[in-house]
Design a protein around this ligand. Structure first.
Ligand code: DNO
Length: 383
């Protein structure tokens, strides 16, 4: 090869390399844009903010006014106080998870309008307090549901699990209510019975119609308030105990985003919820939802049979989900919002709120940041 030819080739290569770098600089968001967050349940949470801030890379908090009755307007002052408490620890209040949707809205009762008005006031208050992301769900009666809160793993740790068979054995579903903490509402036996009967007479179509009615009222307010709403998928993603569940797969998530084509009408990508159903292809769902993903819950799940699973450590090798493929897809779409490790196991003798101890979630946050760095650094034109 002549000297000039060698020079030309080197020159060409250098330019291609520079172009590629420029492509990364312009199109791929910087590491710092994805916000690593942790859920914190407020003053009653055994996990203190001062501990959370010591987890390397965690800069944001996901929280809520957990003592407010479902359906009421959250006082702006209380929201500001919570934010100040979080800021005083050097952390940002990134996401409100959740403002629960009153069951009357999900049932489409005449009383829903009052509750929707209250919901709108809450969204406005979030905007005033400078909190830009609101996670919510539209699951009837139950929020996330498990049949065992301390499923033993061989290594002596324990985690949450769900068994379809176990669920069938529960003849009185009020047992579930008593044994499962962590939901927004504590039902009296009468209220619980009323709700179970009412929802059993409602089909999927009616649930969709009621969700649409709700969204058409709240999304314009969210837009005006600078708040992005992001629905959490139903967990687990199939109907339970004769109750309709609609936010269960790719079609449902896309259908939701089409109800109102607004950036304020988005999705919480929860890998553990969607991933419990093996037909859900997470990288594909991420690609299709694109910039309508406003919040990410990342946890692994080990599917143990049809409609059965136990929660696993975050690592891909320990569950059914390819967590790296999920992270690669998020990086590829340029996801730049808040992300949190989700339920952890109880390890090292820790006890506390099921799924929400400090230790395993901290390990999860570190692992996820490793995946994120690797996904960014290995992103290629063809990947
Ligand atoms: C479970 C959580 C859910 C979630 C709500 C969002 O640990 O992911 O309870 O907070 O469904 O509205």
């Amino acid at each position: 090869m002549s000297q000039s030819c060698l020079f030309q080739n080197t020159y060409l290569f250098a330019n291609i390399w520079t172009l590629k770098e420029a492509y990364y600089q312009i199109l791929i968001p910087k590491n710092s844009l994805m916000k690593m967050t942790m859920r914190w349940f407020g003053a009653d949470d055994p996990v203190q903010l001062s501990r959370i801030r010591q987890i390397a890379g965690v800069t944001g908090i996901v929280s809520a006014l957990h003592d407010m009755p479902v359906g009421e307007v959250w006082p702006l002052e209380k929201l500001r106080t919570l934010k100040a408490e979080i800021n005083n620890e050097g952390l940002d209040f990134e996401v409100v998870e959740s403002i629960p949707v009153h069951e009357d809205i999900k049932l489409g009762l005449p009383t829903r309008d009052t509750y929707i008005d209250n919901y709108c006031r809450n969204i406005e208050n979030l905007g005033k307090a400078g909190i830009r992301t609101l996670c919510y769900n539209f699951m009837p009666v139950f929020d996330w549901t498990r049949t065992n809160l301390s499923h033993s793993h061989a290594d002596g740790s324990n985690a949450l699990s769900f068994s379809y068979e176990e669920l069938q054995k529960i003849s009185d579903s009020s047992d579930l209510v008593e044994s499962l903490p962590g939901w927004a509402e504590v039902y009296t036996p009468d209220r619980f019975k009323y709700l179970m009967d009412a929802f059993r007479h409602i089909g999927q179509d009616e649930m969709w119609a009621n969700l649409e009615y709700f969204l058409k009222k709240v999304i314009p307010i969210a837009e005006a308030s600078g708040v992005k709403m992001c629905i959490h998928p139903d967990d687990p993603p199939w109907p339970i105990l004769g109750l309709p569940r609609i936010i269960i797969d790719e079609d449902a998530l896309l259908r939701l985003t089409r109800i109102i084509d607004s950036p304020s009408n988005g999705v919480t990508l929860c890998t553990g919820s969607l991933g419990a159903s093996v037909s859900n292809n997470l990288p594909q769902i991420i690609r299709k939802l694109g910039d309508r993903i406003h919040f990410v819950h990342m946890r692994n799940v080990a599917v143990t049979g049809p409609k059965s699973f136990h929660e696993a450590p975050h690592l891909s090798s320990m569950g059914s989900l390819d967590m790296f493929a999920v992270m690669q897809s998020l990086v590829r779409i340029g996801y730049a919002g808040p992300l949190r490790p989700d339920h952890g196991r109880m390890i090292w003798g820790e006890s506390g709120r099921p799924g929400y101890g400090l230790f395993d979630r901290a390990l999860g946050a570190s692992y996820l940041q490793g995946l994120h760095e690797a996904a960014q650094k290995t992103l290629t034109f063809n990947s």
